[in-house]
Design a protein around this ligand. Structure first.
Ligand code: GTP
Ligand code: MG
Ligand code: NA
Length: 345
């Protein structure tokens, strides 16, 4: 396998946090979609994936002061949405294990809630870097929104009551993080991102601060994760969800981190009743800024290079176990070894 330091792949970014903190709404604002409104009870129940191309990132990051759109070297972001409801701990674990960096969403009115702390522990255990989105700042009493502005300049322009309420709630949340052994600082004041986790105030609903949040992750990824993001030809692919779709049968949605998947590839996966071996019939992806878990007009591909969220079509995928690797058999003498590997999982 070879690494190419001139070609960076998209970082995979997982959005985590307690139920209803605004994870899906934040993605809707970035995508300009309304996925959250269509969810049963407004509750996310599956892992999703959305690619945000560099052009869209540049346009949304322009709102952050001091951000240079010409500095963007990554091809975009692949953002994974997860459920915050307590019954989906397995999906949070799966999502956080797939990502390069995470966004931990905290409701400024509620502070650290049980699944926020659960998510925080997953990130700390795995050593996954993350940024905190301190969301719903529009709920500060008297807050006036302006999603076009840099959030820090904009906060300074709020009434003194809003600034005071922000300060009080922010300081309370800093203490709650400290109680969980995490030092945090506002992203514009954070001089040491190895010691302090950055916080960006946001309104997922109105868009305030979203440019600052995305700009922070672009800079962080390129500065701190460049080596990890150098495209690698060795396949790194994990099954995110197994979904049955009308007309398509059982498909698997995978996160292809590194390497390439091709139509006709022989794949080996872990099944509930032993290893599953099949041939890729087709590779589908939603359009950019569209959610893979929303049925729509998927685009067909003969070959896809990571990092991407991909819907894989093949026969016999009914019993695939999610959360585990998808292997590709490149030489016939590899098949038995890969089957044994799949069964060990
Ligand atoms: P789960 O996926 O079910 O865990 O929830 P979630 O974190 O994805 O939250 P979701 O996007 O479903 O938002 C929950 C509710 O909060 C919805 O009614 C949103 O409209 C609202 N909401 C989200 N972000 C904001 C925000 O920034 N400000 C305000 N005022 N409301 C918000
Ligand atoms: Mg959601
Ligand atoms: Na919700």
């Amino acid at each position: 396998a070879s690494r190419n330091f001139d070609v960076l792949r998209s970082p995979v970014i997982c959005v985590l946090g307690h139920v209803d903190t605004g994870k899906t709404k934040m993605l809707d604002t970035i995508r300009r979609t309304n996925v959250q409104l269509g969810e049963a009870g407004g509750i996310t129940q599956q892992i999703g994936a959305t690619r945000v191309p560099a052009e869209a990132l540049k346009e949304r990051c322009r709102k952050a002061r001091n951000f240079d759109p010409d500095s963007v070297k990554i091809p975009g972001f692949l953002i994974i949405d997860t459920p915050g409801h307590e019954s989906f701990a397995n999906l949070r674990s799966r999502g956080s294990s797939l990502c390069d960096v995470a966004i931990l969403v905290v409701d400024i009115m509620h502070g650290l809630e049980p699944q926020t702390i659960e998510s925080l522990k997953l990130l700390l255990k795995r050593g996954t870097p993350f940024v905190v989105a301190l969301n719903k700042v529009d709920r500060l009493y008297g807050y006036e929104s302006n999603p076009q502005k840099d959030i820090y300049q904009h906060l300074k322009a709020q009434s003194s009551n809003v600034q005071l309420e922000f300060k009080e709630r922010y300081e309370k949340i800093v203490t709650e993080f400290a109680e969980n052994s995490v030092n945090v600082a506002l992203s514009n004041q954070n001089k040491n991102t190895d010691e302090y986790v950055s916080i960006v105030p946001t309104s997922a609903f109105l868009g305030d601060g979203i440019g600052n949040l995305l700009a922070y992750i672009v800079d962080y990824s390129q500065d701190k994760l460049a080596e990890r993001l150098a495209f690698c030809t060795e396949l790194d692919c994990t099954v995110m969800e197994v979904r049955s779709l009308p007309g398509l049968g059982t498909t698997v949605d995978v996160i292809l981190l590194n390497g390439t998947l091709k139509r006709g590839d022989i794949i080996v996966l872990t099944g509930t009743e032993g290893p599953i071996c099949s041939e890729i019939r087709d590779l589908l992806m939603p359009a950019p800024l569209r959610e893979i878990r929303v049925k729509g007009d998927y685009e067909h591909y003969a070959s896809i290079q990571g990092a991407q969220g991909v819907k894989v079509l093949a026969k016999g995928l009914d019993n695939v176990v999610a959360g585990l690797p998808l292997f590709v058999c490149r030489r016939s003498d590899e098949l038995e070894v890969l089957k044994a590997d799949a069964q060990k999982q």
